[in-house]
Design a protein around this ligand. Structure first.
Ligand code: C2O
Length: 548
């Protein structure tokens, strides 16, 4: 194992898309940002220098951060932000993961432009459990706003309404030819017939789950969230913000010299407004094509994507995901559970005073919550105050284990509107084996929420539609080869059950990876206590940890 060193210079950079130029925050002037390469077992050291006018912190999405919680990065959870002119060195090891992850800003909406891929290769001398691809290509989806994204979110929070939707989706930073004034900004992947390519897919969009498909080609899923899965082949896959996946694509032209669109567009069940547009890249064969006197014939084929609200397509896809669960890559699913929790996740409403003022953004009724707690970020980092033994006035340790007033979660009309603001954590002893059921509530319409847990991978042991049935549903849990990941979609109008082993002391954020829902409070934090052995304790903070 070696130490890989990177320098991230956070700065403002002028970028043009859709014929509109604006100044955005980037790392090293690149959009998307630089790719970080490492092998499983390596140490990584990233020096982040903040030359932007914003407070900044970087999260290494999906990295376990085993005993290195000070490097996790979410602002006001594990660290205070790096102020303009400041710097911080993130030091962590890559343990038990191989595949694709990513890094992104973890404060306000700055991750819109501050993000990049993390390519994690197996240890030297260790191959993939599938034939080695000819080439590996990161494919990162994002969202582009012609306006400044910090202005978009602050305006939304001030008015208590929904933020403006994005102007385009992007593929490796490029919107592609289906948008006006964008044909010159198209990602092209040149392939050779007969060769296999591994696409390292990352959904870095702020607010949309995406369907992805390539015309006339199938995709074989081999890895999700940097963990191998039993390979399966599909025409279309679904990827939620925060999720990553490695897929194999074998180049076989169905028409010599042809080009094929690779398309992505949203999956959503919301009734509100969303960016209903399509990003396109092109798969181009560089084989000797038939030429005529009139020149090359290069037709472009287009895939058919599922309907925008096709929840069946989503659940059919997710049902196929299984851990490899082989001798070399066993699935360490906790078979016994000592802590069970039931969380409602969803959008809801605050109670309002007789004079009409409520506790939502700018006195509105609106809120997003987990177990009716709409999380409020503290003014200092939770992990710092916990470590210093100064939690008073920063957070309370009484996050509810289950909803205090159970109701018909998927029924209509809504009968639970009792959301309260709070900064509450749920405390776990070291080594707890946790089972958590997350239930979508359809108070303002059923919606899928990609929930991301920091500091752990978890096993997705069950999922279903309607209200979770605590008597009959657990009997159907898969405790043998459930998929292991760090971000899971709570199905629209349904529930998902996960298990994890709390072997990582620290404060770990859990939140909806739809940025707008996170801004409205759909987030909470786990506090995992130290164990008794020295190798079960979080070391003291690094000396350069930023101060609030
Ligand atoms: Cu990818 Cu808390 O984030």
């Amino acid at each position: 194992a070696i130490t890989r060193q990177y320098l991230f210079d956070v700065q403002t950079t002028s970028v043009t898309r859709l014929c509109s130029t604006k100044s955005i925050v980037t790392v090293n002037g690149q959009y998307p940002g630089p790719t970080l390469f490492a092998r499983e077992g390596d140490h990584v050291e990233v020096t982040v220098v903040n030359h932007s006018p914003y407070n900044m912190s970087i999260h290494w999405h999906g990295i376990r951060q085993l005993l290195s919680g000070w490097a996790d990065g979410p602002s006001y959870i594990t660290q205070c932000p790096i102020q303009p002119g400041g710097s911080y060195v993130y030091r962590f090891a890559i343990t038990g993961q191989r595949g694709t992850l990513w890094w992104h800003a973890h404060i306000s909406w700055l991750r819109a432009t501050v993000h990049g891929p993390m390519v994690i290769l197996p240890p030297a001398g260790v191959g993939y459990p599938f034939p080695a691809p000819h080439e590996e290509v990161p494919i990162m989806f994002g969202e582009w706003w012609n306006n400044d994204t910090e202005a978009v979110i602050s305006q939304a929070l001030q008015t208590g309404g929904g933020p403006n939707i994005s102007d385009a989706y992007t593929l490796n930073g490029l919107p592609g030819p289906l948008y006006n004034c964008s044909a010159q900004d198209t990602f092209k992947l040149k392939v050779k017939p007969g060769k296999t390519y591994m696409l390292r897919l990352i959904n870095a969009a702020l607010n949309d789950e995406l369907f992805f498909s390539i015309a006339n080609h199938t995709l074989t899923v081999v890895d999700v969230d940097a963990l191998y899965v039993k390979p399966f082949t599909v025409d279309t896959l679904i990827i939620a913000p925060g999720q990553t996946s490695n897929v194999l694509l074998t180049a076989k032209p169905t028409y010599p010299g042809a080009s094929y669109y690779m398309l992505a567009r949203p999956y959503t069940t919301t009734q509100g407004t969303f960016d209903n547009t399509t990003v396109a890249g092109v798969l181009e064969y560089d084989d000797p094509c038939p030429t005529t006197a009139a020149g090359k014939i290069v037709p472009i084929f287009s895939p058919t994507l599922p309907q925008i609200n096709d929840t069946n397509a989503v659940s059919n896809f997710t049902a196929k995901l299984r851990s490899l669960a082989s001798a070399g890559y066993p699935a360490a699913v906790p078979q016994q559970v000592d802590h069970r929790f039931f969380f409602t996740v969803g959008l809801g409403t605050h109670p309002c005073a007789v004079n009409g003022t409520c506790q939502g953004p700018n006195g509105s009724r609106f809120a997003a919550s987990i177990n009716n707690v709409s999380f409020v970020l503290p003014a200092t980092a939770l992990l710092q105050s916990h470590f210093a033994g100064k939690s008073k006035g920063v957070y309370a340790s009484n996050f509810p284990y289950y909803p205090l007033n159970p109701f018909n979660y998927t029924g209509t009309p809504p009968n639970n509107t009792n959301v309260m603001n709070g900064t509450k954590v749920l405390v776990l002893p070291y080594g707890a084996n946790v089972e958590l059921v997350m239930q979508d509530t359809s108070i303002l319409g059923a919606e899928s929420h990609p929930l991301h847990l920091h500091g752990f991978n978890f096993f997705v042991v069950g999922q279903g539609f309607g209200n979770f049935d605590p008597i009959n549903d657990p009997a159907k849990f898969n405790l043998y080869d459930p998929v292991e990941r760090n971000t899971v979609g709570v199905p629209a109008g349904g529930w998902v059950a996960i298990r994890f082993h709390a072997d990582n002391p620290g404060v770990w954020f859990m939140h909806c990876h739809l940025e707008v829902h996170m801004s409205w409070g759909l987030k909470m934090a786990w506090l995992v206590l130290d164990g008794s052995r020295p190798d079960q304790k979080l070391p003291p903070p690094p000396l350069d940890l930023p101060k609030c």
